[in-house]
Design a protein around this ligand. Structure first.
Ligand code: SF4
Length: 214
């Protein structure tokens, strides 16, 4: 059940940087990383975000003020990430962030898709996990399907997720992206080979990690 919207959310960090991965890679963005994740990916690079109670509750108004400053400094859009942001009801957060700048900056969401969608977004990146498959609701509305590859079974999963994402859609099919797991030489080789043979798919690299920035 989706928890009630609140006027404060647990936040790991906020920062203004460059989106490193996916279809919007290379663009200036304001990042808001919410705390709390129960998905439990073994290769997660943000395990510090898992325990929600370890991070301060921040008023939504304060987050909106940070966004106003980031927009003045050049941020082109907002990325709400985690953790798993949809563990929280994002309705009030989205409304507050939309009121922070006139005209509002586009709101992007990065999610594993295990919870119901809340809030209103301009771009949804669904990064489904093999051990916790996403809800069809998220598959049917995402703009971008980004599958992380470590081993051969991830390729079959990516293909199945792409087929599911094309079902019951009210919008255009999502962008299909394969992303090698960070420092996974097997994932890199598998993703390269798959994308070379698959005209519908694109390679996504975590360029911020190569650059050594957040
Ligand atoms: Fe980490 Fe994201 Fe997996 Fe949660 S869903 S464990 S934050 S990679």
């Amino acid at each position: 059940m989706t928890p009630p919207a609140s006027a404060a959310l647990p936040v790991v960090e906020t920062f203004h940087s460059i989106q490193g991965e996916g279809s919007h890679a290379g663009r200036s963005a304001f990042f808001l990383r919410l705390a709390g994740c129960t998905v439990g990916c073994s290769w997660c690079d943000t395990k510090g975000s898992w325990p929600q109670q370890a991070h301060p509750l921040r008023p939504l108004a304060a987050l909106a003020a940070e966004l106003t400053a980031a927009a003045a400094a050049g941020a082109a859009f907002v990325v709400i990430t985690g953790g798993e942001p949809l563990h929280h009801d994002l309705t009030a957060l989205c409304a507050q962030l939309r009121g922070a700048v006139d005209p509002p900056l586009p709101l992007h969401l990065e999610t594993s898709g295990v919870d119901r969608l809340s809030g209103r977004f301009d771009w949804i990146t669904l990064s489904p996990k093999r051990h916790r498959p996403p809800l069809q609701e998220l598959l049917s509305c995402c703009d971008e399907l980004k599958v992380v590859v470590h081993e051969p079974a991830d390729l079959a999963f990516a293909t199945a997720m792409a087929a599911a994402a094309r079902q019951e859609r009210h919008t255009a099919p999502p962008q299909l992206l394969l992303q090698p797991g960070w420092q996974s030489s097997q994932g890199r080789a598998l993703a390269l080979e798959f994308v070379r043979a698959s005209p519908d798919w694109r390679l996504s690299l975590q360029s911020h990690k190569w650059l050594g920035v957040r």
